[in-house]
Every structure is written in C-alpha cells, then in structure tokens.
Design a protein around this ligand. Structure first.
Ligand code: HEM
Length: 328
C-alpha cells in the first residue's frame, strides 16, 4: 500500500482552521483559483496507487464501479476532460492523438496506450470512465442534476470511506448524507444548504474544492460491504502502536460542472499520513492533537474511530510533550 512521502503534496486537512479552534462540520467549500483547477496529480506513489486501485477494481468489480446504461455520453464527456487535464499538466507523461474519432491516449509512466473510437462504447472493453479512470489515482463520482437535486449515476471508487458505488448508486445528495451527524445552526439542514450551494455555484469553468478527513486503523478503505474485516482491526490500537497503525486519511475533493451534461463530477484524491510522520511538521502534530482531543462523540462514532481515538490522542500527547522538551 502507499502513504504520502512528499509532504508538499499532502493535502493537510486543517490548514484553514485557526490555531486553537476546533473542527466542526460546515459548508467548507472553496472556489479554486485559475492556477489550481487541475485535479490530476502525480505523486511519488503514483505506480503503487494505480496498482492498488486496479487490484480493488478487479477483486470487487460490482462494489467498485457502477453506472446506469443511459450514462455513456456523460462518461465520454468526463473521460475526455480527464485526458485533456492530464495532457495539459503533464505533457511529458501523457499524450492524446486524434485522428478524426479514432483517439489514442498514451500513458508513458505505465507504458500503456488506450485506443478507441471516441463516443463508441463497443470500441472499448470497459465503460469509458472505468477505462480512463484506471490511469488516475483519484476516485470519480458523477452526480446528475435533476429536480433541484443531485443523483449518483456513475462512480469508480477504490479508496472509499463509508462509501461504495454499489451502496450509493441512484441515491440523491440528501440520501447519501443521511448518516452524517450534521448539526444545523440555521434551522435549514446542513446537507440541504450544501446541496443548494453546489447546484448554484459549481458552474462550467468554475470548480470548487474542500477537504474531508478521517482516521483509519491499519486499513486504507472502509466501506459497508467489508465491515466484518475492518471493524475488528480498530481494537488493536494502543498508545504505543498508534504511530504505526493509525493514519490520517485525507480526501482532497474537487467539484466540476460538466458543460454538456450539466452533471457535477466529484473527484477524490485520497492520501494517508501515519501518526508517527506528523512530527515532521511540528505545527501539524500540535494542531492535530488539539483537534482530535476535542472531537464530539457523535462525530467520532459516525467516522468509526471511537474504538481507537483515546489511545491515538494519548500517543499524540506524548509526541507533543517530547517535541516541547526538545525545543526547550
Ligand atoms: C456531490 C458530491 C458529493 C458526494 C457524492 C458526497 C458523498 C458523500 C458520502 C458517500 C459520504 C459518506 C456518507 C455515509 O456515511 O454513508 C459523505 C460524507 C460527508 N460529506 Fe459528502 N459528498 C458530496 C459533497 C459534499 C459537500 C459539497 C460537502 C460540504 C460540506 C460534503 C460534506 C460531507 C461531510 C462533512 C461528510 C461526513 C464525512 C466525515 O466526517 O468523515 N459532501 N459524502
């Protein structure tokens, strides 16, 4: 498996929270500026991530990829956008050759090519997003906009947290967020406010972003279908081994409005940082300790880390004390 080794590329989740403040759910969407709108990222772990993503897709194809038959045209639109983003950002790694509708996508890192007739599903063995998505380390969800809501109609997901295409296919934005213990401060449920905000503000050429986070105990993805395997591993953590076993799992999320289909593409860049590595950035260590010490119980229960939050906080406390001793 992989963990982030280049901390410059690690999307630290709490950087917008002022020192001393805690973490609570909110509409934390931010509009991306012109120079940071490209969701394609090649980290030092690219090959490991792709290998694992493809293994998971092979092991549980129905859990990891789902779509409705009427989504083919939308999938081609997304596949085209992803190839263009890759070529724009990393022309040394990716090229797209077009000969009329006969297209060839080159991935030089993996030494692979994909040749197909654009828009023609029988010219490829997988569905368009499933095929092109396998060249990118991110997960993809396509939410179709109708009746003032967003519905999950296509998804390729490998590094899911409480999520799978199989589980969530067809659900509306509100249904998907049903289990989240959002607290409303305005009287209007937070899920509804966020949904309306997304529909109004995510416009073609104006993508948005936010960061989601969780803690994982010796595990990289937790979906409802595999609870029997990951559920028990949470009880192995103690304040000695938390540095190795517990990882900060971060999803950098991107939201793009697709100009032709009007669907919203949700892209998730998932990265992991072991608790023991937080000390490489002392300010991250201190802030993560402070935030985790103050997580409300319903949030810890929902995120699934109640069984190991105490030993993890204890481990971080020891780390912070050691750091303070060293800097005295
Ligand atoms: C349209 C795109 C989105 C999709 C497909 C999506 C999907 C999901 C899913 C599947 C979950 C896990 C639900 C479960 O436990 O079963 C979740 C959780 C959550 N979502 Fe979304 N989401 C989207 C957009 C957003 C936005 C814009 C926000 C902004 C506030 C947001 C905030 C959250 C939060 C706070 C959680 C709880 C996660 C945690 O605490 O670990 N989501 N979302």
């Amino acid at each position: 498996m992989f963990e982030s080794t280049n901390l410059e590329l690690f999307p630290y989740p709490f950087h917008t929270i002022k020192e001393g403040n805690n973490y609570r759910y909110s509409n934390d969407l931010r509009k991306l500026d012109k120079n940071h709108q490209n969701c394609v990222v090649i980290t030092p772990e690219y090959k490991k991530q792709i290998k694992r993503k493809r293994e998971l897709l092979r092991e549980q194809p129905e859990v990891r990829f789902q779509s409705y038959p009427h989504t083919m045209e939308m999938q081609w639109e997304v596949a085209e956008m992803l190839m263009n983003l890759a070529v724009d950002k990393y022309p040394e790694h990716f090229q797209l050759e077009k000969n009329g509708n006969h297209w060839t996508f080159h991935n030089n890192i993996l030494n692979e090519t994909e040749s197909f007739i654009f828009g023609n599903a029988p010219s490829i063995e997988l569905e368009p997003l499933d095929l092109i998505g396998r060249h990118f380390t991110t997960d993809f969800v396509l939410m179709v906009n109708r009746d003032d809501n967003l519905y999950l109609e296509v998804a390729q997901e490998s590094y899911a947290a409480l999520f799978s295409p199989h589980w969530n296919k067809g659900m509306s934005f509100d249904e998907i967020h049903g289990p989240v213990p959002f607290v409303s401060r305005t009287g209007v449920p937070l899920a509804q406010r966020v949904r309306d905000f997304l529909i109004r503000n995510v416009l073609p050429g104006e993508p948005w972003t936010r960061i989601n986070w969780n803690l994982m105990a010796n595990r990289w993805d937790v979906n409802y279908e595999t609870f029997d395997t990951w559920g028990p591993t949470r009880y192995l953590v103690n304040s000695e081994n938390a540095g190795e076993l517990v990882r900060l799992r971060v999803e950098e999320q991107f939201f793009y409005r697709m100009p032709r289909s009007n669907a919203v593409l949700f892209v998730l860049n998932t990265q992991f940082l072991a608790m023991k590595d937080l000390k490489q950035r002392p300010e991250w260590l201190k802030q993560t300790y402070s935030i985790l010490s103050d997580i409300p119980k319903p949030m810890a229960d929902y995120k699934g880390f109640t069984p190991f939050i105490e030993p993890t906080v204890e481990y971080l406390k020891n780390q912070v004390e050691q750091l303070n001793l060293q800097t005295k």
